[in-house]
Design a binder for this molecule. Structure first.
Ligand code: MG
Length: 259
């Protein structure tokens, strides 16, 4: 049980699967797809109390700090990509890998409760990818990311996207050791999401507003959404884009380049 949020009915069930991109990389230590399961150690099991939640988060913060140091030693930039399910995280990352992967090595840690579907998409796009299946878990934590980073073995100076489990609630609580938090929304979700899920938006480093190609067909107030997000996070960069059609991707790539 994840005592912090109470939504993980099966503790320690996270599974890691490593998927290489289609073209073999002779310089890389992991050339073959392999699958293995890990059972994580958690400081869980003491009851669902606020005090325990704080203890779990403090333990997570400690591990996140170690991840941050590990990444910094290697000059690896990690980004924690968070959104509701269906906002377009995987599509955006597919496009980003395809557009930028030739200039800077990109790898992905993919979080979903089940399946390898998104990891296969990103591997096919050219990114070395580790899928973390969380079972009943609703978020990635720093321990899962530490294990995934070991399996991923990202190159020095590379970029690692961590696609978190689709959820605007619990992922906001767990520092993974990332350099920046990327929050994605789509215009099909409603402009009031920042007001309903303030923790997620308060901690964002950038807000990507996806699926703007659908704006003519939906009732979505871009300015209201931007204003709501900036009330929580003053000065927040809000970048409208369409990951499928390509609108606005240049601003996203410029933002990444400036990290
Ligand atoms: Mg996905």
């Amino acid at each position: 049980m994840c005592e912090t949020c109470g939504c993980d009915a099966a503790p320690g069930d996270a599974r890691l699967t490593t998927l290489p991109p289609p073209a073999p990389d002779p310089d890389h230590r992991h050339e073959h797809e392999h699958e293995h399961e890990h059972r994580h150690e958690h400081a869980h099991g003491l009851g669902r109390t606020v005090a325990l939640g704080q203890k779990v988060l403090a333990h997570n913060d400690d591990l996140a700090g170690r991840n941050r140091a590990w990444l910094a030693e290697r000059g690896v930039v990690a980004l924690n990509v968070m959104s509701s399910p269906g906002s377009g995280k995987t599509t955006l990352l597919e496009r980003t890998v395809a557009d930028l992967g030739a200039d800077r090595p990109i790898s992905v840690i993919e979080g979903d409760q089940e399946t390898l579907l998104d990891a296969r998409r990103l591997a096919a796009a050219g990114a070395r990818t580790v899928q973390v299946n969380t079972g009943a878990g609703c978020h990635l934590d720093a321990a899962m990311v530490a294990e995934a980073l070991t399996a991923l073995a990202p190159r020095d100076g590379s970029t690692v996207f961590v696609e978190n489990v689709g959820n605007l609630v619990c992922p906001a609580l767990f520092d993974l050791g990332e350099r920046a938090r990327v929050v994605l929304m789509s215009v099909t979700e409603g402009a009031d999401k920042p007001l309903k899920y303030p923790h997620m938006f308060r901690g964002a480093d950038v807000l990507l507003l996806n699926k703007i190609d659908l704006l003519p067909h939906v009732d979505f107030d871009v300015a209201a959404c931007r204003d709501a997000a900036r009330r929580l996070c003053p000065g927040l960069s809000v970048l409208p884009l369409s990951a499928t059609r390509g609108d606005g991707l240049g601003a996203w790539y410029d933002w990444l380049a400036a990290l």
